[in-house]
Design a protein around this ligand. Sequence first.
Ligand SMILES: Nc1nc2c(ncn2[C@@H]2O[C@H](COP(=O)(O)OP(=O)(O)OP(=O)(O)O)[C@@H](O)[C@H]2O)c(=O)[nH]1
Length: 258
Amino acid sequence: MAKAYDHLFKLLLIGDSGVGKTCLIIRFAEDSFNNTYISTIGCFPSPAPAESPVLRCPSPSPPNPPWVSASARAPPPRNRLQDPHRGCRGEEDQTAGLQGPDDMRHEGRVKEAPGTGDTAGQERFKTITTAYYRGAMGIILVYDITDEKSFENIQNWMKSIKENASAGVERLLLGNKCDMEAKRKVQKERAVKLAREHGIRFFETSAKSSTNVDEAFSSLARDILLKSGGRRPGNSHKPPGTDLRACDKKNTSKCSLG
Ligand SMILES: Nc1nc2c(ncn2[C@@H]2O[C@H](COP(=O)(O)OP(=O)(O)OP(=O)(O)O)[C@@H](O)[C@H]2O)c(=O)[nH]1
């Protein structure tokens, strides 16, 4: 049977607890949203069907991964959504450019381990290690625009990536919950500046209203593909130079390439 996808990317979402990592994955994979908040313990595998390109949990976890043991310190679930949906401004944010700092530019090891993982975020940048980042082709850093601390901690997550991930891994910054404009604590300009400093793209997203979610995942996939020079990560039988085409929300395989 033919595969239902052309490319397979292993992506990770990292960021503080409650910023919306799980909801972003669910929005992207299933085009749905649920207000119920259950904090992720360890790694959250995408709900996408097995044949979908959209994600599985990273390949075999170490027996006692540090992020799981860190869950013992996890605070009780918070942030059950009370706010009515307000709608997003909706525009794609400025792009800070494709190129990262020099020390992030050389090609990292790309492993054929499909999937998107979502880490539980309770200050775990201290405990997430190389094992978790291994094989990641792209890392999505998420903060919550209504939570100043989650934005400040992006620097720590950046440091964690630099210390533990492959040097060439593509990164993307997302300011999630942009539907909650009235509660905004982090001005967009600050995030644009941060993204520019790190040479990465930035979007404000809402898993709730779906704003920019497809765009964000698609742009990361496109950048990974571009970086690989059109080689096909996770699937090498097609010729180089294919373009990423628009995502079709009705299409559970999400993006099509080639
Ligand atoms: N208004 C709004 N609420 C959101 C959005 N995304 C997530 N939430 C809510 O924020 C809470 C936390 O979302 P999660 O996706 O579980 O957050 P997480 O980052 O995976 O959290 P951990 O698993 O603890 O790391 C839930 O109550 C969600 O309903 C969004 O875009 N807008």
